[in-house]
Design a protein around this ligand. Structure first.
Ligand code: SAH
Length: 395
């Protein structure tokens, strides 16, 4: 195996189990690794530190093991088994009620660069590193072997792999085939999940607990679900007994998906309406008090995908939340989220605070929300915390 020799003292963060080696820490590379190769990291006294996938870029290695062991099929199978055992123990594997969960959450499951979501009989796998791309067939076999009920593995990495890497990933089934249903159960609700054409792996599982919380607050309320995508929050609000539910998204495909999901769970239910329009435009033109809402959900796409976009992203969150505070009925509730990894919890809260001050409304924090248990945060890799939310009471 090719060795990567560190500069003096540069092993410290790795000794604290941080799973990334940055290129600036490298003294020399003994050999000529290709992107995706397994490499051994050694300190400047030539002591073993970790093994990981080599990468071109500022993150030079993503660590897969801090032990000097052989990285074979059994190694990967054992990692998948451990990830599954945790989901099972958390009560997420519950056929007939809940068969949708994230099986592997990258660094959070000590599998940097790999995401796997399970939808009933199908696992959808995404590689974010060439190393995981190269390992895809071994991983797919390990998933089918380790996760009872999963028969198909769909690989979806055309858009997630580093675009400069000399590979041409193709989306498709690595094991099994398309099922006729393409649907999944979450907390007893049925959702059509389009992993072939949908965003990410087809569904945002990370909002499961937050949707369940919204359900608790929905009885008798008029609910506005902004950036609805699959209509997840809308369907929970309906089960919670909302008076009306309006779902807004600027994508026609998202609106069709929302309508389908609402219709599946609540056929011919006249409480729901979806609106294909820009969120900011919609909030600008809400009109009189009786058209305003008791409960507003703001779950926009990541406003900042990179650090350079941070300032504009914070402005975006501020502007969006200020609009919601302006428009919500007195005694209303706002569920507001940010899924931008580069926006910290504190920065997001400050943006929402500025929005509240701008609107001059009296705003209280009821809950501070995060990502659910199947999206664990590796304690040595705090960067893995990305979903932030606040539930606010607006007087
Ligand atoms: N809340 C959803 C996930 C939201 S994903 C869930 O629980 O699953 C973000 C969504 O925002 C996408 O569907 C995208 O089409 C939509 N979107 C992006 N920009 C928008 C805008 N300016 N106005 C309305 N919708 C927008």
């Amino acid at each position: 195996m090719i060795s990567i020799l560190l500069k003096p003292k540069k092993e410290e963060s790795l000794l604290r189990f941080h799973p990334w080696l940055f290129s600036g820490a490298i003294q020399s590379i003994e050999g000529n690794p290709a992107e995706g190769d397994l490499v051994e990291i050694i300190d400047n006294k030539r002591k073993f530190v970790a093994i990981g996938h080599y990468q071109i870029g500022s993150i030079a290695v993503r660590v897969v093991s801090f032990d000097k062991i052989s990285i074979d099929d059994d190694f990967w199978t054992s990692k998948i088994q451990r990830a599954y055992a945790m989901r099972l123990s958390l009560g997420l594997v519950n056929p007939g009620k809940n068969d949708t969960y994230r099986l592997v959450h990258g660094e959070g499951d000590s599998l940097p660069g790999l995401i796997v979501d399970v939808y009933a009989e199908t696992a959808v796998m995404q590689a974010h590193s060439v190393g995981m791309h190269e390992t895809r067939n071994i991983l797919a076999a390990a998933i089918v072997k380790s996760v009872p009920g999963v028969k198909n593995v769909y690989y979806k990495s055309e858009t997630t792999l580093p675009f400069k890497a000399p590979i041409a990933p193709e989306d498709g089934y690595l094991i099994g085939e398309e099922t006729s249903t393409l649907s999944a159960l979450e907390n007893g609700l049925e959702f059509h999940v389009d992993w072939l054409r949908g965003q990410k792996t087809g569904f945002f599982i990370d909002q499961r607990e937050n949707r369940a919380l919204l359900e608790r607050y929905s009885a008798g309320k008029s609910v506005l679900n902004m950036f609805c995508y699959t209509g997840g929050f809308s369907v929970y609000a309906m089960r919670g007994g909302a008076k009306v539910v309006h779902s807004v998204d600027s994508s026609t495909k998202a609106i069709l998906l929302t309508d389908k999901n609402v219709e599946t769970n609540f056929p011919n239910d006249l409480r729901h309406k979806s609106i294909d329009v820009d969120a900011f435009k919609y909030l600008n033109n809400l009109g009189e008090l009786e058209q305003k809402y008791d409960l507003i959900v703001l779950d926009p796409p990541a406003f900042a995908k990179h650090r350079d976009a941070l300032r504009n992203a914070l402005k975006g969150y501020r502007r969006l939340n200020a609009k919601a505070f302006e428009q919500i009925k007195p005694g209303g509730i706002v569920f507001t989220f940010s899924c931008s990894q580069v926006v910290s919890k504190e920065q997001f809260r400050l943006a929402v605070f500025s929005a509240a001050a701008e609107s001059k409304r009296n705003v209280r924090i009821l809950h501070q929300l995060s990502q659910p248990d199947d999206h664990p945060i590796n304690i040595y890799h705090p960067e893995g915390e990305y979903l932030k939310g606040l539930v606010l009471w607006v007087e």
